[in-house]
Design a protein around this ligand. Structure first.
Ligand code: MN
Length: 732
């Protein structure tokens, strides 16, 4: 039957199928069964994501320049482009130079889409308001597309409020789930158990977890997709079943608020395999599970009640579950087997734990992620004994999940310690800086800063002391090392990638280069143990990327580096004031720190989703304005000769893979100086960066707190600033 409208005419008209590998399309009928969607990551002239939705035998296509945010407040522009043929659902390849859309096209997500409310996509398209229920590997839950007037092509894409709402980062799970097969949630699995019990040992391939004295449970969830994004709604939602609750039922449920009532309803959405009774005591745990960022999940964990001495008390737990005693149940979760239709069991344990961590709600209540320490089994065993806990479980980090007794897990018995030396178990369970084992420091007396008498032990101690403040600036970022095993005057080994010669103590992530598609392993430093392992390798300063794993193309901040190379520091101060004034003048709230050497760094924390190129161009405009207004002391010329003794206003660090030292890392220069955050009113000509050293900084930190903390929270939009910057440029 001839159609009045031929949806693929535009598509075919733009392409030469003799040159592009893209499919011409057979205008085939829509597949029976579920309607599909695909998201392509398209590295065209401007990187963007193409959302393509199956509809009437073709793919409705939207180009989304800034990608997807899981925070409903983030409205992302989506530009409707020409319909694509259904064959494009599986297309990936490189469109050659000179052709339409030249660049690499990869499948970033795929899955099924349901049109809400009634699958009448044609009407919704006419009305200019689409609601989609996506079930992909990365994108999940309900999304909203709203056409903006007057432009027919411009739509806004944003997340609807449901259980998949997140903290406003990339919508994607941070772990690549492409290796997880689609499968229904398994009905029966054998519980994994350690095959052996052994004495403490150290193995860099193992994750060490505390062995808690409680009841192992497998938790199965079957939660409604539009589930609660807040705790208050929990009781109402959990009884509804998938998309089942009418608003009347929901409001009736909301009215009943006793724990018993919500627990009874919870039976329909959360099931504890292998556990009978205890529903009343479990109600707060069930409420918290209803907030998971997944509908269908199978989780492994252990239920615990703390006794009067703060240690898990198994006997009291049984009494509480039986309703004969009261006590607050905690559910420690340590593994996930199934995640919304994806079988995670083939994935390595460390990836499963990363998925689990992402799945927990922002306000987890009695749900706790059972954290681990990588490698340092003997040290952790000593801390565990001191805490009066029974032992550890050492699990192979790379192993897939296997049920039953498994050699991938070993139970580690620890010698019992004198009860009087036990610390607070609550503290120990948090595996905080005190409980975490320090690595055995090799060559502790090695003088790294010989003039200052600062040793490698001092370096490790510095990092241990500052870990709580520093780690948030490193977490999830690829980190480059600058190793100085012979001290600051010795040979330097700058390491971007993990090489064979290093101990495998640290988490790594495979990252493909911009020009080199072969992925290389990079370090990721997310915990105290990793930080101290780096220090033990004499990596004096650490160099994190500006972007994080999961959103590597999108820097979290803009940075301008004022680099004097011999120019007077007073000039650096002068220019930092200029940069600060200019940025504040266009509505931004910049942050300032010393480089730890002779320069200053100005940062602007950014809302998510800006590409490196955007950020670099913004910084370039700022740098050029400032340099132009003080040509006698500032330059944007990189080469030392061209600088002519002027301060280099460097905007070029805003690129993928470039690094700038974070606050609180020491620098390999005499004085053992540290990159120190500053308040803007400290910026005066008598400011002396050499005053901030690993000896003086602890007092300053105690007194001033972390002046750089807004870097992680005060995330700012660039668009209004760009508009005002244009005005500044125009008005001279
Ligand atoms: Mn495209």
């Amino acid at each position: 039957m001839a159609r009045a409208r031929r949806p693929l005419d535009d598509y075919r008209g733009k392409r030469d199928f003799g040159r592009t590998p893209e499919p011409a399309g057979g205008a085939g009928p829509s597949s029976a069964g579920a309607t599909r969607f695909v998201v392509h990551r398209h590295e065209a002239r401007n990187l963007h994501y193409d959302l393509r939705l199956e509809h009437e035998g073709a793919l409705l296509s939207f180009a989304v320049p800034k990608g997807f945010s899981d925070r409903p407040a983030d409205k992302r522009l989506a530009v409707r482009t020409e319909d694509h043929p259904l064959e494009y659902l599986t297309f990936a390849g490189r469109i050659p130079e000179g052709e339409y859309g030249a660049g690499a096209m990869t499948v970033w997500d795929e899955g099924t889409v349901r049109w809400l409310p009634d699958d009448d996509a044609a009407a919704a398209l006419r009305e200019g308001e689409l609601k989609l229920l996506l079930d992909g590997r990365r994108l999940r839950g309900e999304w909203h597309l709203v056409r903006t007037k007057p432009d027919e092509r411009h739509w806004l894409l944003f997340k609807s409020k449901d259980r998949y709402v997140g903290p406003g980062r990339d919508a994607a799970r941070r772990v690549d789930l492409s290796a997880a097969p689609r499968a229904p949630l398994p009905k029966r699995v054998r519980r994994a158990e350690p095959a052996e019990t052994v004495a403490p040992f150290t193995d860099p391939e193992r994750l060490y977890e505390l062995d808690l004295d409680g009841r192992r449970v497998l938790v199965e969830t079957d939660l409604p997709p539009d589930g609660p994004a807040t705790r208050g709604a929990t009781a109402a939602r959990i009884g509804g079943g998938p998309r089942g609750a009418s608003s009347r039922e929901a409001s009736a449920a909301r009215g009943a608020s006793s724990r018993e009532a919500s627990a009874a309803r919870g039976a329909t959405g959360v099931r504890f395999r292998g556990l009978r009774g205890g529903r009343a005591a479990l109600a707060p745990v069930v409420d918290a599970l209803a907030l998971l960022r997944a509908r269908r999940a199978l989780l492994d964990g252990v239920l615990v009640v703390q006794g009067p001495d703060d240690r898990p008390d198994r006997a009291l737990l049984d009494e509480v579950l039986a309703g004969r005693a009261s006590g607050d149940l905690l559910l420690y979760l340590f593994d996930v087997l199934h995640d919304d239709g994806l079988d995670l069991r083939p994935l390595p344990l460390r990836d499963r734990k990363a998925v689990l961590r992402d799945m927990l709600p922002e306000d987890p209540g009695p749900l706790l992620f059972l954290d681990h320490v990588v490698g340092a089994g003997e040290e952790l065993a000593r801390a565990t004994a001191a805490a009066g806990l029974p032992g550890l479980v050492a699990k192979r980090a790379d192993a897939p999940w296997r049920g039953g007794p498994t050699d991938d897990w070993s139970r580690v018995r620890v010698p019992s310690a004198d009860a009087t030396s036990r610390g607070s178990v609550r503290e120990r369970l948090r595996l905080d800086a005190d409980a975490r084992p320090a690595p055995r420091v090799s060559n502790p007396d090695k003088l790294l800063w010989p003039e200052d008498g600062v040793t490698k032990q001092d370096l490790v101690d510095w990092y241990a002391g500052v870990a709580d403040v520093l780690l948030p600036y490193l977490a999830d970022r690829p980190v480059h090392m600058d190793r100085r095993p012979d001290g600051i005057h010795g040979k330097a080994f700058y390491q971007r990638h993990v090489t064979e010669s290093l101990p495998d103590l640290l988490a790594t992530v495979e990252i493909a280069g911009r020009d080199d598609p072969a992925p290389k392993p990079h370090f990721v430093c997310g915990d105290v143990a990793s930080l101290l392992a780096l220090a033990n390798l004499a990596s004096i300063d650490l160099h994190p990327w500006h972007s994080r794993v999961g959103s590597l193309e999108s820097p979290d901040w803009a940075v301008i580096d004022l680099d004097p190379k011999g120019a007077p520091f007073a000039h650096v101060v002068r220019l930092a004031k200029d940069v600060g004034r200019l940025l504040r003048g266009i509505g931004l709230r910049p942050l300032l720190k010393t480089s730890g050497k002779t320069g200053l760094h100005v940062y602007v924390p950014l809302a998510e989703g800006y590409g490196y190129e955007t950020v670099r161009m913004f910084c370039e405009a700022v740098a050029r304005l400032v340099a132009r207004s003080r040509p006698e002391i500032a330059t944007v010329e990189r080469s030392l000769a061209a600088r002519g003794g002027r301060v280099y206003v460097d905007f070029g660090q805003n690129r993928r893979g470039a690094t700038v030292v974070p606050p609180y890392v020491p620098r390999p220069v005499p004085g053992a100086t540290v990159s120190a955050p500053l308040a803007w009113d400290e910026l005066e000509t008598d400011l002396t960066p050499a005053d901030f050293t690993i000896r003086t900084m602890p007092d300053r930190l105690a007194e001033r707190g972390d002046l750089f903390a807004p870097l992680l929270t005060d995330r700012q939009e660039l668009e209004p600033a760009l508009a005002r910057l244009e005005e500044v440029v125009r008005d001279g």
